[in-house]
Design a protein around this ligand. Sequence first.
Ligand SMILES: [Zn+2]
Length: 380
Amino acid sequence: MSTVLKLCFLIAITTRVTATPMREPVQYPDEGALFEGDIQGPLPTVSRAGIINPIARWPSATIPYQFTLTFPFGYRSVFQSAINHIVGRTCIRFKTRQAEVDFIEVNQDSGCSSGVGRMGGRQGLSLANRCDHLGTIVHEMIHALGFWHEQSRTDRDDYVTINWGNIQPGKEHNFQSYDASYVSPFGEEYDYSSIMHYGSTYFSKNGLDIITPKQSGAIIGERETMSNSDIKKINNMYCQGTQGVILKSEFTGKEFLINEGQDIAIWEWANNDNQKWTVDWSAFTDQSLGSQLWTWGQTGGNVKMMDEDQSNAGVNIWGENGGINQCWVAIHITGSTYTIKNKMSGRCLSNNGANKVACATFCSSSDLRQQWGIYEAYSN
Ligand SMILES: [Zn+2]
């Protein structure tokens, strides 16, 4: 494997840890009246938003996992969709466990629940009955990555009111917040729309709200998709510099739209997952390195990348293959405008005048067809 090829892979940001995480059989119930506790395992020296201590992170930002033999096949497909949801938006990767010592066992042992961060050895991620909702699985996976609940942040009292009198007796500990020496928000503002935020009535003894947002109209308890802040927090913890972008043709003013497994088209901006891409920004803008461009619209088991089609002048979406034809460099022109060059061929992305993207043999920063505006993908 060439040096360049190695550099185009995701850059592992974690260091191998040697100390043993503390283990205590403490349960942190989560999903309210519907589910039992959703955080398993110890009370480590961690942040209530995200674990500060790198000991709890997964090396190479990769979680090895395996299912128990009896884990339902129907749930496995949703689990894969949850993997795709995270993989498209972040630098996190999942792999089927081979012989890794530290791994997640996906089982049905304890409601919808997960340990927080890498705990060492086998740790459960439980998806029992009614836990086969994509957003619920993503929520548990984010616990496993090292994040607690949003409303446990140090600054939460500035954003929500906790109505202690409405909490089921014995469940008050789920509504503690924690000192700043103990927690990190990983650079993000308090986020009502976090997939890690409780709903308003979780653990309510009387159906009345326990958590009331101070911002009128704020909705909490999102369980459909990661918020932009969730995405950034994960990337800030595991791989600073990784971010979501959209690529806008300066020639037509439209963005790339993925047609998975086929050519990439140019289309009107519609704020769809398949119009958003994730890059390692520092590598992407370094001509000696380059970055993969992976799509948020992941489907199937492989990480899907922008891929130069070597059989013709086009580009397409393909599973990650480690090939340098999946490695791209953004060369700055002016402002937010770049040319985008393939590391293997040296050809540049070009809007061919129709709605297709081609690879131009001769790169030219003055050719409007080869000018691409690169902007943050987080539009809300
Ligand atoms: Zn939870």
